[in-house]
Design a protein. Structure first.
Length: 287
């Protein structure tokens, strides 16, 4: 057998079963099922002893992965992700437009998280998991849980509306300076507040508006549906649009700009923001 990878376990707060700890520590095996297969084949050693899923890891151990002549190679996604905040419990990352958060495709944010985030040292550490969704064409901030407890607590914060999200969009047409959109989505109560920060005259679209949006509920495609409902759809939207007013080739002008909440474990107030993409600034250079 040939040595493939080596991992040194950092100091841990509590011992943890190797089955839970091992996810994501090797570049060539990103999944729990892959680790199990490698252990069954006798390819993983802890301090020169064959590894078992039940062995407890406490810190300082040397874990080695070998490759046999017949072993398969696990494909690992190489995707650079910008990390704006991270601790042992959670992370906030930037999702570029045009990438799925999760799903059946190989290239997703979820598949790239383990390679870009530090493995949590906490006993209930798991493979990093997105807590909420952003549409494929939307850019912006995405909250990620790194432990079982964090995933549960962050989900509760979203459910209890204790996480404030702010979006920016460029909308089409003449628009009121501010307002509240109350329009049920899928027969469920939905609410969005909006404020127009600036407007410019457009030969093709009459007006283009830089709009600050704060969803009070979290329905699928809520912002896109709500702006279409008041006849001010988002520029570049090919799903929710007015006839004759589709912009091709530039993508959707919707950006998740800020996240604000109280950290469920450290109790510190978290506020993270991400500046507008360049395509927004080409239309509104002062922002």
């Amino acid at each position: 057998m040939q040595l493939q990878e080596t991992h040194i376990v950092p100091k841990l707060e509590k011992p943890i079963r190797f089955q839970e700890y091992s996810v994501g520590i090797f570049n060539t095996i990103p999944t729990k099922s892959g680790i199990k297969k490698a252990i069954k084949k006798g390819l993983v050693f802890i301090d020169k002893t064959l590894a078992t899923t039940s062995k407890y890891i406490s810190g300082g151990e040397k874990i080695t992965l070998f490759e046999s002549e017949n072993s398969s190679t696990f494909e690992r996604l190489e995707l650079a992700i910008e990390v704006l905040f991270e601790d042992d419990y959670l992370a906030i990352i930037y999702k570029p437009a045009g990438i799925l958060v999760s799903g059946n495709k190989f290239v997703t944010i979820a598949n790239g998280l383990a390679q870009n985030l530090k493995k949590s040292t906490l006993a209930d550490a798991v493979k990093p998991q997105p807590i909420h969704r952003l549409d494929h064409p939307t850019s912006g901030l995405l909250l990620v849980g790194k432990t079982s407890a964090a995933i549960t607590e962050l989900g509760r914060l979203f459910k209890d509306k204790e996480i404030q999200k702010t979006y920016f969009a460029i909308s089409i047409g003449k628009m009121s300076s501010d307002g509240i959109i109350n329009l049920p989505i899928d027969e469920k109560k939905s609410q969005t507040t909006f404020e127009v920060l600036d407007s410019v005259i457009s030969d093709r679209f009459e007006f283009l508006n830089l709009v600050k949006l704060q969803p009070k509920t979290g329905r699928k495609h809520q912002l896109r549906k709500h702006l279409l409902a008041i006849e001010n759809p988002i520029l570049g939207d090919k799903e929710y649009f007015l006839d004759g007013k589709i912009l091709n080739g530039k993508g959707l002008y919707l950006h998740a700009a800020t996240l604000e909440f109280k950290h469920p474990f450290t109790k510190t107030q978290i506020f993270i923001s991400k500046e507008l993409p360049k395509k927004f600034k080409k239309i509104f250079p002062q922002f």
